[in-house]
Ligand binder design. Structure first.
Ligand code: SF4
Length: 362
């Protein structure tokens, strides 16, 4: 029986929705974060940035009423849980209160889908419109585009936000069917992501376009995930792809599945980094027989061990591209090596240590 807690105090509703939104965690695993996740409120989400820095976002659902029955989801229609929603006015006021206190730096707005994708998306649009037009809020907003909503929302919401995203959830239809049987990969998710990418190419969004995949619940392999990621980075100028390790939720059809190991999630982020920043191709990465990344070695080290022909390299003459392929040498260190060798030659390991090279590994 679905209970709609509309009468509850907005703060109580906020905490309820914030708690439920924790199952939709996006961002690099805290393995990469420099800060600690010790927040008092569930709706304050420490988004982990590119350099491991944390930025607190107000992450909440406009509503957790949903018409869908995704097998893994805490808010699926058939699941008995508190159902709450906000009017655009309520949610914009709540956000501004915490933003003015300095507790959050921006808004990450999502929603479950009720009663229709268009009506749910319209409410989100109106929340954002109030913030921008009536209250003059100029800070960061990330808005999710809901599967099945009219593509005209991309044009309506795009000019008001910094980032747009839609969750692909899985790398292909056959895997999506094991997670979200009511959704169609091609027309509802993939085509919509392409439309967002086209919008972004014409009207660049300050924080770009992102998507998110659920990892470890549908039998998908890391190779399939990373092939999709490569396609999205190269063909659609996607800013980031988030890998959300599956966590079983009670009273859902997938409650018996084991959780995705956090190390698998971490390896995917490392491999993703190699694709985005180090010029690697998915085909070059090392996978085990089930087409998953090795858990006991980071992907760059695994690649290096598989390519003894590429090592050692001569520090005094190696190109930037050769340097950044050495485990332990990142982009910053590679630049410093190239800068240093303009006026001196590397003769011994001590000089490398002075450059803070991870000498033993490198
Ligand atoms: S659409 Fe699926 S994943 Fe999204 S809230 Fe509804 S049941 Fe959950």
């Amino acid at each position: 029986m679905v209970q709609i807690a509309k009468k509850a105090d907005p703060d109580e509703r906020l905490e309820t929705l914030g708690k439920l939104a924790q199952f939709d965690v996006t961002g690099m695993p805290l393995l990469f974060a420099s800060g600690k996740r010790s927040l008092r409120f569930h709706f304050i989400y420490p988004a982990v940035g590119e350099k491991g820095n944390c930025v607190n976002l107000f992450k909440v659902l406009q509503s957790n009423l949903c018409e869908h029955n995704c097998f893994y989801c805490v808010n699926r229609k058939a699941r008995d849980c508190p159902r709450v929603e906000f009017t655009p006015e309520e949610l914009s006021q709540l956000f501004l209160r915490y933003w003015r206190k300095g507790w959050v730096k921006g808004l990450f707005l999502s929603s479950a889908i009720h009663p229709t994708p268009d009506q749910a998306q319209e409410k989100m649009f109106r929340t954002i419109l109030l913030l921008r037009r009536r209250y003059g809020y100029r800070g960061y907003i990330h808005c999710k585009i809901l599967p099945g909503s009219d593509e005209a929302f991309i044009e309506k919401i795009g000019p008001l936000v910094d980032r747009l995203s839609i969750n692909l959830e899985a790398p292909a239809q056959k895997y999506l069917a094991r997670l979200s049987p009511d959704k169609q990969f091609q027309p509802q998710l993939w085509e919509r992501l392409k439309k967002i990418a086209i919008y972004n190419s014409i009207h660049p969004l300050r924080a770009g376009v992102t998507t998110q995949l659920v990892v470890g619940a549908s039998g998908e392999s890391d190779r399939e995930i990373l092939s999709l990621s490569q396609n999205l980075y190269q063909g659609y100028n996607t800013r980031r792809i988030y890998y959300s390790g599956f966590i079983p939720v009670g009273d859902t059809p997938l409650q018996q599945l084991p959780p995705c190991p956090s190390l698998r999630e971490a390896r995917l982020y490392q491999a993703d980094f190699l694709l985005r920043r180090y010029g690697f191709k998915t085909e070059e990465l090392v996978f085990e027989e089930k087409n998953n990344l090795l858990l006991d070695k980071d992907p760059k080290l695994a690649w290096a061990l598989n390519h003894p022909d590429r090592f050692p390299i001569e520090l005094n003459t190696a190109s930037f591209e050769q340097l950044i392929r050495v485990p332990g040498i990142g982009r910053i260190l590679a630049k410093r090596i190239i800068e240093t060798r303009r006026h001196t030659r590397f003769r011994d390991l001590e000089q490398r240590k002075k450059l803070r090279a991870l000498a033993s590994r490198a």
